[in-house]
Design a protein around this ligand. Structure first.
Ligand code: DOR
Length: 440
């Protein structure tokens, strides 16, 4: 099957070029093919930009075990609509993904349900070092240094030292210091309002845990990716340690701050918590200057009924996977970043951080995971239009300019003209950890 994307403008690494893209058997065959090149199907991309599909390296898709919130089909319908062609999912499902057997069970479910390409982290516990050492078919190890949704937590220093010393897979971590969080909660009597969440999981909690994780990574010279950076001080910390450390920021930490609690309440209750307007500002600068390499969502749906519970019973997490690219395209239109930076932070960089083979850029021989975007399209986010099973968005009511309009996964059209196509399935992501990560 040959498809030709004709008349679009391609976002290549560091370059914006009008180019046709010829696709054959799921891969990019040629850029700027001869005008007479034959194709079974022509996709008209006149007036559109062609970007490498988004690789979201931090999502919680809830299957198995928590499928009343989300499942791999609803989540990947949302991905298709949002221009996300590959995802890496976190281990806090039920059961947790903390063994090779659990990882392979998840991969088996994914093979029959995912509309986009899939991969799953293996989660660390204080007792599964042998599983972490021998894990295969995974981008890397996730450590919750600080508890969040679920009961995965490694806070013990000896256990953390052993993981950094004895494993070779890349490591990423949720960094919020458990001791600080508990002390803050005790000080304010457990918290009564949603806004208290940002007092309990405060700046100090994030900074202390990130400093601790960086110390481990540097002493053990172990590749390390800081998930969902939320404070200005962490941006500065990370900036001191390039060449070993990479970092990620999420849209909610860029766009929301504590001033939004009166309007949005528990909808923006997240771990790490949202912080101050000054943190938003520094996180944008981190992206603009390359101190932060990756944009990911931390898509973590809960039902609206669960979210409506009073604090602290209300769970932390929000869905974002179908709006993240549009939010960032809108930011491009507002002059905050360039399309080249979006393609870098949402596709090429995560592919490099996790040693993903054949993805992340528009190059002959690479997988045809592509998203066509219309930078002039204006659309308002509504709860009703969301594909995520939870059917809400903290951005509902916002009108964004710049939207994905067509998504291709391995050369197959999974979203076009507002319609999601379920006729093809995504594939397991392949990693080559000898590639050595982002800085190689
Ligand atoms: O707020 C969050 N919710 N942060 C996380 O790290 C986990 C997530 C979840 O799984 O609900």
């Amino acid at each position: 099957m040959r498809r030709l994307i004709r008349g679009g403008t391609c976002i290549l690494p560091g370059r914006v070029v009008p180019l046709d893209v010829l696709i054959e058997n799921g891969k990019i065959l040629d850029l700027a093919p001869p005008v007479a090149a034959s194709a079974d199907e022509i996709i008209d991309a006149a007036g559109l930009y062609v970007l490498p599909g988004v690789i979201d390296d931090q999502v919680h898709f809830r299957e198995p075990g928590l499928t009343h919130k989300e499942d791999l089909r609803t989540a990947t319908r949302a991905c298709a609509k949002g221009g996300v062609t590959s995802f890496l999912e976190m281990p806090n499902t039920k059961p947790t993904t903390t063994s090779q057997a659990a990882l392979e069970a998840k991969l088996a479910i994914a093979a029959s349900k995912c509309l986009v390409n899939y991969g799953f982290y293996i989660g660390a516990t204080p007792h599964n070092l042998a599983e972490l050492v021998h894990a295969k078919r995974t981008p890397g190890i996730k450590i919750f240094i600080g508890s969040s949704t679920g009961d995965l937590l490694v806070d013990d220093q000896a256990a953390l030292e052993a993981i950094f010393a004895e494993t070779t897979l890349p490591i990423c971590a949720h960094c919020e210091d458990e001791t600080t969080v508990k002390a803050n909660a005790a000080r304010i009597g457990g918290g009564k309002t949603y806004a208290d969440h940002s007092l309990i999981r405060d700046h100090e909690a994030a900074i202390v845990a990130t400093r601790r994780a960086l110390d481990l990574a540097i002493r053990h010279q172990h590749r390390f990716h800081v998930l969902h950076v939320s404070t200005a001080a962490e941006v500065d910390l990370i900036g001191q340690h390039t060449k070993l450390i990479t970092a990620e920021v999420c849209p909610h930490h860029l766009f929301f701050n504590v001033d939004d609690y009166p309007r949005l309440g528990s909808l923006i209750q997240m771990n790490p918590s949202i912080k101050f307007a000054s943190d938003n500002q520094r996180l944008w600068e981190g992206l603009q200057t390359g101190l932060i390499q990756v944009i990911a969502t931390d898509h973590a749906p809960h039902t609206l009924e669960e979210k409506a519970q009073p604090y602290p019973q209300s769970p932390s997490g929000l869905p974002a996977v179908e709006n993240s690219l549009a939010l960032m395209l809108n930011a491009v239109n507002a002059g905050k970043l360039s399309l080249t930076q979006i393609a870098e932070c949402m596709s090429n960089a995560p592919a490099k951080v996790w040693d993903i083979v054949g993805k992340g850029r528009i190059t002959p021989g690479y997988d045809a995971d592509l998203v066509l975007v219309d930078m002039d399209k204006k659309q308002t986010i509504t709860n009703e239009s969301q594909e995520t099973k939870s059917r809400w968005s903290p951005w509902a009511g916002e009108t964004l300019t710049g939207w994905p309009v067509t998504t291709l996964v391995n050369g197959e059209v999974v979203f076009a003209n507002g319609v999601i196509h379920e006729g093809s399935l995504g594939r397991e992501i392949v990693y080559d950890h000898t590639l050595g990560g982002y800085w190689k």
